[in-house]
Design a protein around this ligand. Structure first.
Ligand code: HEM
Length: 122
């Protein structure tokens, strides 16, 4: 019985510790790092470097298949679709070399993070 209890506890810990979507998780960590560096930038060139890395990882995350319920997969696709649209504003800001507009575009992305993390329970 004690062995059973220990085994159950061990499996629970493994389940909690592991991401259910490890590929997406890896991209999310990279998105987050680039976002923080871009948000902290005080000059356009530094901002641009990190914003482009942010974009690359958003596009990579958008190309990953979500493994979970069908409803979850549809929600993930909808969120990545909205995030990809938000990148248009970021692209425009980068083309105009406009740091303030770029940071405002990133704020739109942060709002989408809140919206979709809440919907997906992550
Ligand atoms: C600026 C935008 C975003 C940032 C910075 C961001 C950041 C992150 C971070 C840091 C994690 C890892 C959490 C952890 O392991 O504790 C995560 C997980 C996740 N995010 Fe995002 N996220 C963003 C937008 C989104 C959007 C729009 C969606 C949905 C369309 C999404 C879906 C997910 C999912 C499904 C996971 C869990 C992956 C897993 O571990 O199985 N994220 N995100």
């Amino acid at each position: 019985m004690n062995i059973l209890k220990s085994l159950t506890a061990a499996s629970l810990m493994i389940l909690i510790g592991c991401a259910s979507n490890p590929d997406i998780n890896r991209e999310m960590q990279a998105i987050n790092q680039a976002l923080q560096k871009a948000q902290a930038a005080t000059d356009f060139d530094t901002f641009s470097t990190h914003a482009q890395v942010f974009e690359e990882h958003v596009r990579a995350a958008a190309s990953k298949a979500y493994s979970g319920s069908d409803a979850g997969a549809r929600t993930y696709e909808a969120g990545m679709g909205e995030l990809t649209v938000a990148l248009t504003a970021l692209d425009a800001a980068l083309a105009a070399k406009d740091l303030e507009a770029g940071k405002a575009a990133l704020e739109q992305c942060v709002a989408l993070r809140k919206k979709y993390h809440l919907k997906l329970g992550v």
